[in-house]
Every structure is written in C-alpha cells, then in structure tokens.
Design a protein around this ligand. Structure first.
Ligand code: BG6
Length: 476
C-alpha cells in the first residue's frame, strides 16, 4: 500500500486473560470445583505440578490491575467468567457472591472507560457436569450452558457490549480428546468429533439466545487460527495445505459462519466412521446462528507438506509446551504433515514468528466469510528477567509492533477489524507451563513455588503499548 488506512477512531486497543489463569481464590465465596482445579492435582500433568489455586490473585487485586490498565490507556479488557463461580455445580441457584465479583470487575472497568469483553467459556467447565454426564460429551450441556449464558446476559445487559462465546474450541477439544493433555485427558478421535459437534450446537444456541434477547452488543466465538502454508509449489504440497486449511481451520470456521462442515473433510470422516452424529434439527440450528464477529487468536502460521496415506506421519508426541513446536513432525496420513518453515524465526518456545501470517489470516477470513474480526489474542511467550526492578522486553515489543503493522495493512486491504487484544495483560499461569512462559505487559512476581509476592511491575512493553494507544497506532 502506498497509503495505509488509519485504525478506526473507536478501535479497541485491548488485552486479555482467562479466569483460571489469573484469578486464584479457587475455592472462595462459594466457588465450585472445575475440571482444571482437579486436573492440575494429578502429578506430572503440569510443569512442576503448578496449579491455579492462587494464580496471580486477580480475584483480590482486580482494582490494582484495572488501575494499571487505566493508566496505560487501555480501551478494552477481555476476561473470562468462571462458570463455577456462578453455578458451583453447573446449574441451580446462582451463587450471588461469585456473580458479584464479575459485577464489581465490570463496574470498575466501565468507571475507567475500559470496554469489558466477556468470554463465557475459557475451558473451566464445572467438575459436577463432567461427573454427571461427561460434560462436553453429552447434549445435556446445551441447556446448562444456555442457562449459564442467559444469567450473564441478564446481569450485564447494557453494560457488556462484546461477548465471546467459546474460547478456542479447536484447541480445548484437541487437547482434551485427541492428545490427552488437557482434561478430560482422552485420546478418542470419534469422541473428539462428537464433542465438537455438541460444542457447535452450544455455540449456535447461545448466539441465538443473545440475539433473541435483543442484547445491545455483539457476540462471536474465538478461534485459534493458524493459516496453513504449503512448503513450496509442488502441487502435492499445495493440496496438503488445502487439506490442512480444511481440516484444521474451515472445519470450525465454516460451521460458525455457514453452519456447514467442509465437504471433503466431512466425507473423509464418514468413510472412517468417525463423523459426528447429526440429529433432527442440528443442521437448521447450526445454520440459524450468525455470529456478529469472529474472534481470532493468532500466534503463528503453520507450514505443511504432502503426507502419504501409507506409512504417513501421525499425530506424534507433544513437546513440553503442550502445543507442538515446529520442529517435531506430526500430521494426518493422506492429508498433510507439519514441517519447518525455513523463512521465519522461532521463539524460545519453538513457536514461529510470522507477522505476515496475521494479515494472511485476516485476508482469508474476510474473503471467505465477510465478517468483522476481533483479534482476541496475540502475543509472545518468553522467559522475562527483572533487572534493577525493570523488565526490558524489547523482543515482545518487536513481536507486537510487527503484528500491529500487519493488522493495519489488513485493514488497508479491506478487513473490518474491531479491535486487538494482546495476550496477556498481566503475566499469568500458562496451563501446562507454570509461570516460566510469560506473556504480560505487567510482570507479576509469582512462580512455581507459588510463594511470590504477587507484586506488579509494568514492563517496557507496557509503556510501548501506552504510546501506541495514545497515537491510535498511527506511528507504530
Ligand atoms: C491460547 C489460550 O491457546 O494460548 C490461552 O487461549 C493460552 O489461554 C495461550 O494461555 C498461550 O498458550 P501457552 O500454552 O503458551 O500458555
């Protein structure tokens, strides 16, 4: 572009978190037990068996955190609600004390002119529902989730304008039912597809409820999108990239936006006998729900090559990050295998750094779905060091700054982008990696011993973002 467009004047410069990763207070004020509260207690599941009992104590320190946001000029804060604080056992009587925490948080944000972006579900389903009917494995969750969502819609009507239905359905289902590294710790492909279908029905149901209730605001799911690249122009590798995009991206996004699964992949699942079961009314329900935006969590792109059906590379083993690094080969025989992209750099956690990828992502979404985009996560996980009471995270500034530029280019290309929430606001508990992998603008003195002082220290990136917000991204 010779002339780049400006960011819209109401662009939501934000940042994000998730309940389990920041709140702590795991059993306070009547909160019920979630599957994560239990999972982390199984030895060997997380780095040094770290749990989120205290996390970064946001539950008790939210005022201090919001104050820092306000001083930075943050326009939006994305957080998730812990279902177990509202309904300790998934349904029944509302736990007023638990609900009050979020009422207070939302009021505090609004008082500081920060737009709340509320995620209904960021992976912490009540253990009671897991025990009763297998949680996401049963259609009974549709009514319980809808009831939970309705309670929040009623509570925050007129106050919360941006709602995320499900965070990264593709990740929590893959980790929970394919790879066995998140609760409920299974490796059952057929169940994985059933669970996804049920989650799609849940997503459609709550979006419809939101619209039927004539809520003043917007709702959409957040998808973890890694655009798929072909290793090179070998037609077989091009086909592999098409396969990967269908199997790893369209398989969710098409359902959200079109109410249909991509044909080639669905047919393949049918041949394999693992396609999800369609009951009467499912197709209509999926088609009837229209998200107002698509939330995108973008960290990296993914490069693939042809993978033969006979003796092809399979799922492979997870590395310690819980997500595959780029160097370990993995794939789906007959469709694609993941390979190293020789053109991009990698983080110390072996994630690819590819700012152009976020532009590609937004271009593809805009072309295929014509839907507004809210970037609900983007960020760099690194080992941060405190030196003389400061954190010089120039590597994070570099990463974020390049992504902000790429977003501006995508806007200039014609994408409608509502806002940008970095991951994360404060440092927080990485599900499987303890506190060694940090993402925040605000450093928190906490580690795997859980004896940290919990002191907050703004990093260099905090001040960098403050400046970006002040200038509405014009000089980034
Ligand atoms: C996203 C999740 O998948 O990535 C976050 O929505 C998570 O909850 C983030 O923390 C970073 O992942 P990780 O594994 O580096 O902590």
């Amino acid at each position: 572009h010779k002339e780049l467009k400006q960011f819209p004047s109401d662009f939501l410069w934000g940042s994000a978190s998730a309940a389990y990763q920041v709140e702590g207070a795991w059993d306070e004020d009547g909160k019920g037990v979630s599957v994560w509260d239990n999972y982390v207690r199984i030895p060997g599941k997380t780095f040094k068996d770290t749990n989120g009992d205290v996390a970064v104590d946001h539950y008790h320190r939210y005022k201090e955190d919001v104050k820092l946001m306000a001083e930075q000029g943050l326009k939006a804060y994305r957080f998730s609600v812990a279902w177990t604080r509202i309904f300790p056992n998934g349904r029944g009587e509302v736990n007023q004390k638990g609900l009050q925490f979020y009422v207070d948080l939302v009021d505090e944000l609004i008082a500081h002119n920060i737009e709340p972006v509320l995620t209904l579900y960021h992976w912490d389903i009540p253990q009671a529902l897991q025990d009763e009917y297998g949680g996401w494995e049963s259609r009974k969750i549709i009514a319980d989730f809808n009831n939970y969502a309705k309670t929040l819609f009623e509570t925050f009507r007129g106050k919360v304008k941006y709602w995320v239905s499900l965070n990264e359905q593709n990740i929590f289902t893959a980790h929970g039912w394919l790879m066995g590294i998140h609760p409920p710790d299974k490796k059952e492909p057929k169940l994985f597809y059933e669970v996804n279908h049920i989650a799609n029905l849940v997503n459609a149901t709550v979006i419809n409820t939101f619209h039927e209730m004539k809520m003043d605001g917007k709702i959409g799911p957040s998808f973890a999108y890694s655009p798929q690249y072909a290793l090179d122009s070998n037609p077989k590798n091009i086909l592999a990239a098409e396969n990967a995009e269908d199997a790893l991206s369209h398989f969710w996004m098409d359902v959200y936006l079109y109410g249909e699964y991509p044909i080639a992949i669905f047919n393949r699942l049918k041949e394999q006998g693992i396609a999800p079961t369609f009951e009467e009314g499912d197709a209509e329900l999926l088609k009837s729900a229209k998200p107002d935006f698509l939330g995108i969590n973008y960290y990296q792109s993914n490069t693939v090559a042809w993978n033969p059906l006979e003796n092809g590379v399979g799922m492979g083993e997870m590395n310690t990050t819980g997500k595959k690094g780029t160097s370990g080969e993995s794939g789906e025989p007959g469709l694609y295998k993941r390979v190293v992209n020789p053109h991009v750099e990698r983080t110390n956690w072996d994630w690819e750094i590819d700012p152009t990828g976020i532009r590609v992502a937004m271009r593809r979404i805009t072309s295929r779905y014509r839907v507004p985009i809210l970037i609900t996560e983007n960020g760099l996980g690194e080992y941060d060091k405190v030196e003389d009471g400061k954190i010089h995270d120039d590597y994070r500034i570099d990463y974020l700054s390049k992504h902000v530029s790429a977003i501006r280019e995508a806007i200039s290309d014609g994408a409608t982008v509502l806002g940008y929430c970095t991951w994360s606001y404060t440092d927080l508990l990485s599900w499987l990696n303890g506190y060694q992998k940090r993402y925040g603008f605000v450093y928190v003195d906490q580690d795997e011993t859980m004896q940290g002082s919990l002191k907050r220290i703004p990093k260099d990136s905090y001040y960098w973002y403050k400046d970006v917000i002040e200038k509405n991204g014009s000089e980034n």
